[in-house]
Design a protein around this ligand. Structure first.
Ligand SMILES: Cc1ncc(COP(=O)(O)O)c(C=O)c1O
Length: 432
């Protein structure tokens, strides 16, 4: 068998790549599809900055930050060192029973970055788990207040909130698995069209007028990660008002948009809206460890605290607030601040959108949209989008395809020159 497994990637060859793919086809069950072995598969062996290296030695500019999570790019020394130091000192300690300095400090740090009154953070391991915890928090909250019938979570069609049972039920996907029997207590309504307008919120308003007294929370993403739909700021403000009117909690899923991706620390800060519960993940540890956070207000937390006997919070994970993952989060937030990466996301995002304007002249391009470094170019046909993605890969740039859209979400460290490389690869591909 190949020597490529675990060897120095600088000596890797195309044969190593083929050997790894053969083993992959035999043993690995990939997310989203049973196998991922095709000529386009990147067998990543190393990365530095915005570039990732395939087992055959080819380097690519990763314009999708792995899975939108590698916000600091690859090989960020500060984070690697912080994680290594924490692993040597104390890799983890069960927060269900005790406490650790990295978990306490990171919870404090998130409270400083989020708008008041978001002060309390529950840690888990993935965005899906974060959404799952949020679902249980909003249900326990209403139950503790003596209204257990308020249990439905309402979300928007076309959203994505994760793939565990509850998170997936929030946004039933148009896929074969949507036929599976989902859990009860979820509803979805159409989101706003285009720029929203005053009537964009009408479906949600109608739903809450009819079912508000059975609704626990509205759950939405400020920018829908799937296909990059930016919810207009006015829409978010109208949702907040409706939630207040109907005594419903507002949960914002910022697993993709949190920690700088949209050019603000959190996506909702463009609108000034404040959620009752904020779910973050991906960018919190920038891919260096697995961690997600559910941050809520003292009011929500207080309901649990005062009603321990009735509500409690019977929820947790062995790795809730894993110490080395929290150390990664602290280092990531330092790097974000020191290198002013949230501003960079804003500036490079504006550059990317401006440069992609040229792509609109191609007849196959229906729309170019985005916020910060989360951008989509929507094509007229998923097959054409696949061809564009393949052509970009040939040009050394990796993008994601979702339906008929090419989605770009490069690391927040991306430079002006790299941004231009991405937009040139895409505009060239759509014109050819
Ligand atoms: C908005 C949103 N919510 C939740 C999730 C689920 O996160 P994870 O894949 O870490 O479970 C994602 C992941 O893509 C996401 O984009």
């Amino acid at each position: 068998m190949t020597e490529a497994l675990g060897t120095d990637p600088s000596t890797a060859t195309a044969a190593d790549r083929e050997a790894l793919l053969a083993l992959d086809a035999e043993h690995l069950w990939h997310p989203w599809s049973p196998t991922r072995v095709n000529p386009d598969t990147v067998v990543a062996v190393a990365g530095q900055g915005c570039e990732v290296e395939d087992a055959d030695g080819r380097r690519y500019l990763d314009a999708k930050s792995s899975g939108f999570n590698a916000t600091l790019g690859y090989g960020c020394r500060e984070v690697v060192d912080a994680v290594g130091a924490q692993l040597s000192r104390l890799m983890t300690y069960d927060l269900g029973e005790g406490s650790t300095a990295p978990a306490v400090r990171l919870a404090r740090r998130i409270a400083e970055l989020a708008d008041p009154p978001l002060t309390r953070t529950f840690f888990c391991n993935s965005g899906s788990e974060g959404v799952e915890a949020a679902i249980r928090i909003v249900r326990f909250y209403h139950a503790a207040l003596g209204r257990p019938e308020r249990s439905t979570v309402v979300s928007l069609r076309g959203a994505y909130h994760g793939s565990t049972l509850g998170a997936a039920a929030c946004a039933p996907a148009p896929s074969p698995v949507s036929d599976e029997v989902g859990p009860p207590g979820f509803a979805s309504v159409p989101g706003p069209e285009g720029d929203g307008g005053p009537e964009g919120v009408a479906p949600l308003r109608a739903h809450l007028e009819a079912h508000g007294d059975r609704t626990a929370a509205v759950l939405i993403e400020p920018v829908q990660a799937r296909g990059v739909r930016v919810l207009p700021d006015d829409y978010l403000r109208a949702v907040r008002e409706l939630c207040d009117r109907h005594g419903v909690l507002l949960v914002l899923d910022e697993v993709t948009t949190g920690f700088g991706r949209t050019g603000e620390m959190f996506g909702h800060q463009h609108s000034g809206v404040r959620p009752d519960v904020l779910v973050t993940g991906k960018g919190l540890t920038a891919g260096y460890m697995s961690l997600a956070a559910v941050t809520t207000t003292e009011h929500v937390f207080g309901v649990f605290d005062r009603n321990k006997a009735r509500a409690g919070f019977v929820h947790g994970h062995t790795h809730s607030g894993h110490a080395a993952a929290c150390a990664a989060g602290l280092a990531v937030l330092d790097v974000l601040e020191e290198r002013r990466l949230v501003s960079n996301a804003r500036e490079r995002g504006a550059q990317l959108l401006a440069e992609l304007e040229g792509a609109r002249s191609a007849t196959s391009v229906l729309d170019v949209r985005g916020r910060g470094l989360l951008v989509a170019v929507e094509m007229d046909d998923p097959r054409r989008a696949s061809a564009v993605r393949r052509a970009m890969r040939e040009a050394g740039v990796l993008a994601r395809r979702t339906g008929a859209s090419i989605v770009l979400a490069p690391p927040l460290i991306v430079t002006a020159a790299e941004t231009e490389r991405i937009s040139t690869a895409l505009t060239t591909a759509v014109r050819s």
